[in-house]
Design a binder for this molecule. Structure first.
Ligand code: ZN
Length: 677
C-alpha cells in the first residue's frame, strides 16, 4: 500500500456519505430490536457501528466464539440497506481474561493496578494482551470477511480516553525496547539526549531505566518524560497496527478508522497513516456556555482536520451526556442538526449520532441517544429524520471536496504539546494559544484553520506559529518558501527554545528561527501577577496589556521594530519586530498572542497580508465556510447567533432547503444553508 501523506487538504477515501449511529443490540431483547431496522431506515440511516464493547458476547470463553447476535443484526439491517462498521472490542476485555491474567491490567504512577468493572483497564503494550487482541480480531475478521453488509472497521474505541500513562511491567519492558530502538542501542546517546549528568541520573544499561513517575518524590527528567510520551504513542500504534494487518488480510476492501482525539497519540504520525480515515468523536456539550460551545466545536474540528485531512465522525452528540459527576444540557430544538452541519462544514465526510437508543443500565445509562430509554419516538428522532432527508442531497456533494482556508495557525503537534506538558510553567499550551489566535480571526469572518508547519501552506496569506517550544529545523525550508512567495509569517514568544530531545537549545533565541526572523531575544521573564505589575505593548498607538510572558528583542540587519514595550524597566524596548523576506514578511512578537494582544496586533498585520473575510458583512457568530474540489463550491452558512439574521450570500442552489438563492438570505436561529455554485 502506498504511504499516506497526511495534510489538512487530504480528501477521505469514503465512497458514500455515511449517516446513522452506533448501535448496541447486546443491550436489548429481541422484541425491542425487532422494530429498529425499519425505524432507522425511516430516519435516513445507511450505516451503524457495532460491537466495540461486546467481547464477552462474542468470545464467551477463551477460544469459543458466538457471533450469532451480530450475524442476525447485520442481516436484518442489511435487508433495508443499512451497512455495518464493526469494531475490535479490545477496550473491554471479558472477566475470564482479566481473572486468569491480572498482569494485563494497567498500573498507575503510584503502583496501583486497575480493576475489572469499567473500561480501558487492560494495557495495550504487553505480549499477552496482544495475543488476545489478535485472537478476537482474527476470529471476527475471518467470520465477517465475506459479509457484504460489513463495510469497514473501527479499531478498539477511543484509545487513551480514560487512561494512558501506564507503569505496568509490560510498559517497563516496552519503554526499554522503544528506547533501545530509538537510540540504536547506544546508551551514551540516551544519556547525552536526556542530560542524565543532572542529579546523578546516568544509566549503565537499558535495564536500569524505568518509566518516569511524577512526584516520587519530585519532577522527573524532561527528556525522559518526552520520550515516555513518544513511547506511549509508539505502543498504541503498534497494538493498532497488528489489528489492522489482520483486518486488511481478511478483506482488503474494508476501510479502517479509529475514533479519537485523546492524549499521548501522535495522530499526525504512523497511527493515522495506518488508517484509511481518522475518526473524531464530537461532544460539544462538554462546554457549558452555549456561545463558547460553538467556538470550541469549530476550533476542535479545524484542529482535527490539520492532523490528517478530512475525517469521519463515529460519534456525534445527539442528547445530553451524563456520567459520574456531570450531566450535560439537553440540545434545544434544531441544535443537534445544526451541530452536524458545523461538523460537515469543517471537514467531516460522514456522521453517526451517538447513539441509537439510550441504554437503561451501565455507567453510561444517562448518556442519551436519539431515542429515549422508553423507545418512544420524540423530537430528537424527528430532527434526525429531517436531517436524513437533507443529507441525502448534501452528502454526495461534499465527498471529494476540502475546506478552503487562507489563514492558518500551527495548533501544536505531538512533540510541541508533549514537550510543553513536561515543563508547563503555568503557561497556556500550544493548542490553547492557537485557539486565541483562531478566535481573533474567526470572529472577523476570515477563512481560518489549523495547519502544521510541514504541511501545504500554498493557499495561505498569513500563517501563525504561536509558541512551539520544539521546532524541527526540517520545517524551515517550507516556512522560507511560504514567505518568499509573499506570505506573512507571525511567530510568537518562546518559539524554538528547546531541541528535539527537549533540552534547551545552546543557540541564542529564537534558536533555529533566528535566521528567518532576523532578531534575537535579549532577555525574557514570566509575568507573575500581571495585575499588580502590568506591562503594555504599544502597537502604533494602540496600547494593549500583555499576559504570561515578556521578551526584550534585538533586531538584526534590516529588521525593523513593529511595537515597543511600555512599563516597568522595559519602556521603549522592542516588543515585536518585522522583517521583509522575499515577497513576504516575518513578524516576531515577544509575548503570548492572547485576545488582547491580537486586538492590538491584527490592525497592523491585515494590511501586510491583505486577508479578506470569506463573505462581506457577516454578523458576529455566523459560521461561514467553503468546501470545494477546485471547481464546484459549497458555501456553508450556519446561524448559531441565537437571532434571526439576514446575510448577503453568493447566488446558487441551497441544497438543504431546495431553493434558488440570489443575493441574500434570512436564516432563523440554528438555521442552515448549503449553497452550491
Ligand atoms: Zn502498561
Amino acid at each position: 500500500m502506498a504511504e499516506r501523506v497526511l495534510s489538512h487538504k487530504r480528501l477521505s477515501s469514503i465512497k458514500q456519505f455515511l449517516y446513522g449511529s452506533p448501535y448496541y443490540p447486546e443491550h436489548w431483547d429481541a422484541d425491542v430490536r425487532s422494530q429498529d431496522a425499519q425505524r432507522m431506515k425511516a430516519a435516513g440511516w445507511n450505516c451503524v457501528r457495532m460491537a466495540e464493547f461486546a467481547w464477552d458476547r462474542m468470545e464467551v470463553e477463551e477460544g469459543r466464539f458466538d457471533f450469532s447476535l451480530f450475524d442476525e443484526t447485520i442481516q436484518s439491517l442489511g435487508k433495508v440497506g443499512i451497512k455495518t462498521i464493526l469494531c475490535t472490542p479490545t477496550a473491554t476485555p471479558p472477566v475470564w481474561l482479566t481473572r486468569a491474567h491480572p498482569e494485563i491490567l494497567r498500573v498507575d504512577e503510584r503502583g496501583v493496578r486497575m480493576a475489572h468493572g469499567s473500561r480501558q483497564h487492560a494495557c495495550t503494550t504487553g505480549p499477552l494482551y496482544g495475543e488476545n487482541s489478535r485472537r478476537i480480531t482474527s476470529a471476527m475478521a475471518e467470520h465477517f470477511a465475506g459479509n457484504p453488509d460489513v463495510i469497514g472497521w473501527q479499531t478498539d474505541n477511543e484509545f487513551n480516553c480514560q487512561f494512558s500513562e501506564c507503569h505496568c511491567e509490560s510498559c517497563q519492558d516496552g519503554f526499554r525496547e522503544f528506547l533501545a530502538e530509538k537510540y540504536n542501542g547506544d546508551l551514551d546517546a540516551l544519556n547525552q539526549a536526556w542530560g542524565t549528568a543532572f542529579w546523578s541520573q546516568t544509566y549503565r544499561s537499558f535495564e536500569e531505566i524505568e518509566t518516569p513517575r511524577p512526584n516520587l518524590p519530585t519532577h522527573p527528567n524532561p527528556g525522559q518524560k518526552l520520550d515516555y510520551a513518544r513511547f506511549l504513542s509508539w505502543a498504541v500504534t503498534r497494538f493498532q497496527a497488528e489489528q489492522i494487518a489482520i483486518l486488511r488480510q481478511a478483506n482488503p476492501d474494508w476501510f479502517i478508522t479509529h475514533n479519537g482525539i485523546f492524549r499521548h497519540i501522535d495522530y499526525r504520525g504512523q497511527f493515522s497513516r495506518d488508517l484509511d480515515v481518522l475518526g473524531y468523536d464530537v461532544y460539544p456539550f462538554f462546554t457549558h456556555d452555549p456561545a463558547e460551545r460553538v467556538l470550541n466545536q469549530c476550533f476542535n474540528l479545524d484542529y482535527v482536520r490539520s492532523l490528517s485531512g478530512n475525517f469521519i465522525i463515529p460519534e456525534q452528540q445527539s442528547g445530553p451526556g451524563g456520567q459520574g459527576p456531570y450531566f450535560h444540557d439537553n440540545p434545544e430544538p434544531g441544535e443537534m442538526r445544526r451541530m452536524v452541519y458545523t461538523s460537515i462544514s469543517r471537514g467531516a465526510d460522514s456522521v453517526l449520532f451517538f447513539r441509537w437508543r439510550t441504554a437503561r443500565f451501565g455507567a453510561e445509562e444517562y448518556w442519551c441517544g436519539v431515542l429515549d430509554h422508553d423507545n418512544v419516538p420524540r423530537r430528537r428522532l424527528h430532527e434526525a429524520a429531517q436531517l436524513g432527508v437533507e443529507l441525502g442531497r448534501v452528502g454526495p456533494e461534499i465527498l471529494g471536496t476540502y475546506v478552503q482556508i487562507t489563514a492558518g495557525i500551527a495548533a501544536g503537534d505531538f512533540d510541541a504539546n508533549e514537550a510543553h506538558d513536561t515543563l508547563p510553567f503555568d503557561l497556556p499550551a500550544p493548542r490553547l494559544t492557537a485557539q486565541s489566535v483562531w478566535r481573533a480571526l474567526f470572529r472577523r469572518g476570515y477563512p481560518v484553520g489549523c495547519v502544521h508547519p510541514a504541511d501545504d501552506l500554498s493557499d495561505l496569506k498569513v500563517y501563525f506559529l504561536p509558541h512551539w517550544e520544539v521546532v524541527d529545523p526540517a520545517w524551515l525550508p517550507n516556512l522560507q518558501t511560504f514567505v518568499d512567495r509573499g506570505g506573512l509569517l507571525v511567530i510568537g514568544a518562546r518559539s524554538a527554545t528547546r531541541g528535539l530531545e527537549n533540552a534547551v537549545t545552546a543557540e541564542t533565541l529564537p534558536g533555529v528561527l533566528r535566521g528567518l526572523t532576523g532578531m534575537t531575544v535579549e532577555e525574557y521573564g514570566h509575568q507573575n501577577h500581571p495585575e499588580s505589575r502590568p506591562l503594555a505593548i504599544d502597537f502604533a498607538g494602540n496600547r494593549v496589556q500583555s499576559e504570561y510572558w515578556y521578551e526584550v528583542l534585538q533586531p538584526e540587519g534590516d529588521t525593523g521594530v513593529l511595537a515597543r514595550w511600555q512599563g516597568r524597566y522595559l519602556s521603549g524596548q522592542p516588543a515585536a519586530t518585522l522583517r521583509h523576506v522575499g515577497r513576504g514578511v516575518v513578524v516576531y512578537v515577544g509575548t503570548y498572542l492572547t485576545s488582547q494582544v491580537m486586538a492590538g496586533l491584527w490592525p497592523l498585520l491585515q494590511p501586510l497580508c491583505g486577508l479578506q473575510p470569506l463573505l462581506p458583512h457577516i454578523p458576529l457568530g455566523m459560521e461561514v465556510t467553503l468546501r470545494t474540489d477546485g471547481k464546484k463550491k459549497l458555501w456553508f452558512l450556519i446561524n448559531s447567533t441565537g437571532q434571526v439574521i439576514s446575510v448577503p450570500v453568493p447566488s446558487g442552489t441551497d441544497l438543504v432547503n431546495q431553493r434558488s438563492i440570489s443575493g441574500s438570505l434570512i436564516l432563523p436561529n440554528n438555521g442552515v444553508a448549503v449553497i452550491k455554485n
